[in-house]
Ligand binder design. Structure first.
Ligand code: FE2
Length: 204
């Protein structure tokens, strides 16, 4: 069973003008699709062909297959990123809101930490909100590094690769981060991930 190109969970213009339709079309239809196609080409006919994406990522990492790891991890990261965004952000509630206050002091402090770490990250990577034993943290990973490289269960992620913002913002990554963090973080998705307590499964 091949890995699928997860459809965007909203229209490609739904995040405009923070993220333009042009950026989303290229990011999803070219970048994400290329990672899917390369993963499928690599597993075709192998013992990984019928495994879940999470199992493929883990197997590639365990055997040091960098090519397969990079492509399969990027498939997962992009699926998780699409769901980490929403056309309209909402306010964290319940268990998530309590965990944010306990871990950062306030939602604004968490947003500032995401913006600061996201802007400071050198070169390509991802900035994550992570939960471990009820405590939340903001963490960065480089290149294709994924759920296996953060300290707990990922709740949200923001893509820091230039392809995520260069068409809309040129070199101004902080402006992209500000728009995403203020207007488009999907706190309902974060709450689902926190409540489930296990790593999100990329849809088959
Ligand atoms: Fe990306």
């Amino acid at each position: 069973m091949a890995i699928s190109l997860l459809p965007l969970p909203y229209a490609d213009s739904a995040l405009d003008p923070t993220i333009s339709a042009t950026t989303l079309q290229t990011h999803h239809g070219k970048h994400h699709k290329a990672y899917v196609d390369k993963t499928n080409a690599a597993i075709d006919g192998s013992d990984l062909a019928d495994k879940s994406l999470e199992e493929i990522v883990a197997a590639a990492e365990a055997k040091g297959d960098k090519g397969l790891f990079n492509n399969s991890a990027q498939v997962w990261n992009h699926g998780f990123y699409w769901h980490s965004l929403a056309p309209e952000t909402s306010a964290p509630a319940g268990e998530l809101a309590a965990a944010i206050d306990a871990s950062f002091g306030s939602l604004d402090a968490l947003k500032q930490e995401l913006a600061t770490q996201g802007a400071a990250h050198f070169a390509s990577g991802w900035v994550w909100l992570v939960a471990k034993d009820g405590k939340l943290s903001v963490e960065q990973t480089h290149d294709a590094a994924t759920f296996s490289s953060v300290s707990g269960n990922p709740l949200l992620v923001i893509d820091l690769w230039e392809h995520a913002y260069y068409v809309d913002y040129k070199n101004l990554r902080p402006d992209y981060l500000k728009g995403v963090i203020e207007k488009h973080l999907n706190w309902d998705f974060a709450a689902e991930n926190l409540g489930r307590g296990t790593v999100w499964a990329y849809p088959a």
